[in-house]
Design a protein around this ligand. Structure first.
Ligand code: SF4
Ligand code: SF4
Length: 259
């Protein structure tokens, strides 16, 4: 007869004021599908036999939102993801494993895009120190972008906890926390990404907000609208004819293809 294995929850660890070494993220199929549940039990046994200190979220775990995202419902995905990020950050989770490939992909590759990174920010300010926009007196500070994102996530998370998933407070990350002037000051040089000691990518948040401004608000500058039109019409951001594209080789002696 196999020995009984205790699978502790994060709540139990937290009640004792302790932290496990890792969180085992189980996933939906692994929680509910009879065949996949065998994998979950086997994985828990492996962790137990390797004497790894682990815990699960238990009933606090909810769908990552992966099926909704793959089916085109970005809104539902983001609702799920933001709720999960809040739970994970509430426990201060820094290491996670999962036996589900879908959960692995979305937790590792797509959750950070939603500002999950903001909770890892140490507020060291190295990103702002190297930012050329900041150094030349522009309003932009990538450190502030991370702080603002975290503060807004906290605010929304608390609102959802209190009022349910339809919570709205008439505020937005853009405008109430981050101004368009900050967003458009970025040169997209990536210096902040290079400088961050914990591999955070503040530029990703900036570009996502720009995408929202262009695609949803249509609040770009006239210069940018001109650039978009030229790319569409001429295939270049400047007012040149597509037929002039190879003119740069005119003074060279090399043959142009297909001559
Ligand atoms: S990518 Fe933008 S925010 Fe980051 S350092 Fe460059 S200008 Fe600053
Ligand atoms: S360098 Fe990274 S950790 Fe430091 S403030 Fe910027 S984003 Fe945060």
């Amino acid at each position: 007869m196999s020995a009984e294995i205790k699978v502790p929850t994060m709540a139990e660890f937290a009640a004792r004021g302790e932290m496990p070494d890792i969180l085992f993220w189980v996933g939906c199929a692994s929680s509910f599908d009879d065949r996949a549940k065998k994998i979950t039990r086997s994985f828990a046994k492996i962790l137990h036999h390797c004497r790894i200190s682990f815990a699960v979220l238990g009933t606090e775990e909810s769908c990552t939102g992966d099926p909704a995202k793959r089916a085109g419902n970005e809104f539902l995905y983001q609702m799920q993801a933001l709720t999960n990020i809040q739970v994970l950050n509430g426990y201060g989770i820094t290491r996670m494993v999962t036996a589900c490939p879908h959960c692995f992909n979305i937790l590792k590759n797509e959750y950070p895009e939603l500002g999950g990174d903001a909770y890892s920010c140490t507020e060291c300010g190295r990103c702002t120190d190297v930012c050329p926009a900041n150094q030349t007196g522009k309003l932009l500070s990538p450190r502030k972008i991370m702080m603002d994102t975290r503060d807004r996530m906290e605010e929304v998370g608390k609102g959802i906890d209190k009022n349910g998933k339809d919570f709205k407070d008439e505020k937005t990350l853009l405008h109430n926390y981050i101004l368009p002037e900050e967003i458009w000051a970025c040169t997209t040089c990536q210096a902040c990404v290079e400088a961050c000691p914990v591999n955070i990518d503040p530029l990703h948040i900036i570009v996502q907000i720009r995408r929202y401004m262009v695609m949803e608000e249509n609040t770009t500058t006239s210069e940018l609208n001109m650039m978009f039109t030229k790319v569409e019409n001429n295939g270049a951001p400047w007012q040149f004819s597509p037929s002039d594209r190879f003119n740069w080789a005119d003074d060279l002696t090399v043959k142009k293809l297909p001559e």
